[in-house]
Design a protein. Structure first.
Lengths: 279, 368
């Protein structure tokens, strides 16, 4: 890959490690050396190319490097839950980012995550597991969530996550990552395709994606308040959209995500104006 | 040891110094050399004088009279040598300010004094921390070390790296300051050095202030930092009671040295707590602000974190986050985050390449 120009074209690669994760990436011609990285994660269809196709023009205009992993169904069967029973998708993502840093010769220190549907499940759980690695995240229409409480065991809640994941899910850390939850205003079908329905899940989270997103954002905001943090989770409804990535993008999801990522990229860590006094 | 590592020393006498001119030179050559004197050339150590008053930085041959708190001596190579009463050691006169141990000053004469730090500091202890179980180790100066009996005492400043001319800074710098001594500053930077080196970025380290200590630099070397420098490289055994302009120069010279070595990211450590006089003066210095892109603050508790973060920000520094002993206690982390709204990084976070990249990006962010 290094022999080819790395800017302004879609790179297709596979990580050179045990994960062998396929991914697509685009580094805009205009990207600065300290450009941020947006990782867009596919949903149930596992269509990484669609993520690149729809986000690339927006990222090119904003000077943001874009990458989209392809979690194949054979090895990353339950990537949505980070790979409890298969290959660890969060570790594979980490390897992909590390490899991109080398391939592009860029620091890529400001990493934002986006995920649609199953990708949204993966993204919010990855942020919960590794909150200090990411600047912010946006999830669109996840089927269900891990709630920031210890009343439920992982993956419904954070209790006992250490055993399957090897890390504790610590609210005091992940509540500090700004998360946008977007959901189509018509994504309220209780019998929607691929929507997981179980009595316990329904009782905790609700019966539709819309209801579950709203409940989760509320739970994150309440948890933030309990931990003395500002509420950094917010909900956005996408007008005229149901549970379709294309539909959501056609109705402003991309702009919403870029505004969230871009607006927060510059102030994800507290900064103070330096005094101008010269010695 | 890495080839570019700067912990060069003269502990192994070269061909010339292995042929001492006289009995005094032979006696000096047999003594254990302390880390604080590591840059001094043993060839120059030929004679002893007892007719001079000691000054800060002067080299002295001393006998261990009575062991106390410091019963080991850090050698130039970092090994801690166990001391015995009667051992002769080459150390440097310097002040010390260490709240968890001593305040010690350079005495006015060559009378008995103390080994005030294991790194090889001769001084008279004036204040001790009540928690210390032992009294300070007592030493008896035998004579100031000179090149000949007509020359002034050799001083660590005589062996400093030569000054570099000013240059535009091109590398990124991250400094760590702490709420107190032993708040976890060195450990935090060692882990960050590992995280940065995992990014394939060349990282260097300099300890800007403090008291000579032979163990700390090796933590950074082991984590991948190169070169590793401290104030002893620019002529100070300790920076206690050193004037602010001189301290600013120490900082600038060490940063220039790292840049000259091709470092892309420089990690800088400022010793002791924010209220320590030299640390407080440096934090308020515009010259230090020009040297530092971002700061990490190591604290032992949440109250110290909140107040310290406020002090650092008030001085115009960009605070990247909290770290140190506090980060090991989840409840203190929660308190500190609630009080400061700053991220808290424990050691494993800092050694993570992604977190290191995030910190570097934040440090490089243009200031509005």
């Amino acid at each position: 890959m290094s022999a080819l120009p790395t800017r302004g074209r879609i790179l297709r690669a596979r990580t050179r490690d045990e994960f062998a994760l396929e991914y697509l990436a685009v580094c805009p011609m205009s990207a600065l050396a300290d450009a941020p990285l947006l990782v867009a994660v596919h949903g149930y269809s596992r269509n990484a190319a669609e993520q690149i196709e729809r986000f690339a023009p927006l990222c090119a205009a904003a000077g943001i490097v874009l990458a989209a992993p392809h979690f194949d169904v054979e090895r990353f069967k339950d990537y949505q839950r980070l790979g409890q029973r298969g290959v660890r998708a969060d570790h594979a993502l980490d390897a992909m980012i590390a490899e991109l840093r080398g391939s592009l010769d860029m620091l890529l220190g400001r990493v934002s995550l986006f995920g649609f549907s199953g990708g949204g499940q993966f993204v919010h759980r990855t942020v919960m597991a590794h909150p200090k690695r990411f600047l912010n995240a946006a999830v669109a229409a996840p089927g269900w969530f891990t709630f920031p409480n210890r009343e439920h065991a992982y993956p419904l809640g954070v209790r006992g996550a250490r055993k399957p994941l090897g890390v504790r899910l610590r609210p005091e850390a992940f509540l500090r990552v700004p998360i946008l939850v977007a959901v189509g205003e018509h994504d309220a079908d209780e019998n929607g395709e691929n929507l997981r329905r179980e009595t316990r899940l329904d009782a905790q989270q609700g019966t539709s994606r819309l209801e579950r997103a709203a409940r989760w954002v509320r739970a994150m905001q309440d948890a933030a308040s309990a931990h003395g943090c500002p509420p950094l989770a917010r909900l956005a409804l996408i007008p005229n959209a149901s549970h379709s990535f294309a539909d959501c993008m056609d109705n402003g999801l991309g702009e919403l995500v870029l505004a969230h990522v871009g607006a927060l990229a510059a102030k994800a860590l507290p900064t103070r104006k330096r005094l101008t006094a010269q010695g | 040891m890495k080839a570019v590592h700067s912990l060069s020393c003269d502990s192994t006498p070269n061909a010339l110094s292995s042929v001492p001119v006289g009995a005094e030179a032979a006696r000096i050559a047999r003594a254990a050399r302390a880390y604080s004197t590591r840059r001094a050339n043993s060839v120059a150590m030929q004679a002893l004088r007892t007719d001079l008053a000691p000054k800060t930085g002067d080299l002295v041959l001393a006998r261990v009279a009575k062991l106390g708190q410091h019963f080991r001596l850090h050698l130039p190579n970092g090994r801690s040598q166990n001391l015995w009463p009667g051992d002769e050691i080459v150390v440097a006169y310097a002040d010390r300010y260490a709240p968890s141990q001593y305040e010690a000053h350079v005495p006015a004469d060559l009378g008995p004094c103390n080994l005030a730090a294991s790194g090889g500091i001769a001084a008279r202890v004036v204040v001790s921390n009540a928690k210390l179980g032992k009294r300070p180790t007592e030493i008896e100066p035998i004579g100031l070390i000179c090149h000949d009996r007509c020359a002034p005492a050799l001083n660590v400043a005589d062996f400093a790296l030569r000054s570099l001319p000013p240059a535009t800074r091109r590398m990124t710098t991250i400094a760590v300051v702490g709420s107190a001594m032993d708040s976890g500053k060195t450990s935090a930077l060692a882990h960050l050095a590992k995280g940065i080196s995992r990014l394939g970025v060349q990282v260097g380290y300099a300890k800007l202030t403090g008291t000579a200590a032979g163990g700390d630099p090796w933590q950074l070397v082991d984590a991948g930092a190169a070169p590793v420098l401290d104030f002893t490289d620019v002529g100070f055994a300790s920076t206690s009671r050193v004037s602010t302009p001189l301290l600013e120069r120490v900082c600038e010279q060490l940063v220039l040295r790292l840049q000259r070595a091709g470092v892309e990211v420089a990690l800088l450590e400022i010793a002791d707590g924010l209220f320590q006089p030299e640390t407080a003066a440096l934090l308020a210095s515009p010259r230090l602000r020009n040297l530092v892109d971002g700061m990490l603050y190591a604290s032992v508790d949440a109250l110290g974190a909140a107040h310290g973060a406020s002090l650092i920000s008030a001085q115009g520094h960009r605070l990247l986050g909290l770290t140190g002993m506090l980060a090991a206690a989840p409840l203190l982390v929660r308190e500190a985050q609630a009080a400061t709204d700053l991220p808290v990084y424990d050691r494993s976070d800092l050694a993570d390449a992604s977190v290191a990249a995030k910190l570097l990006a934040a440090a490089r962010e243009p200031l509005s």
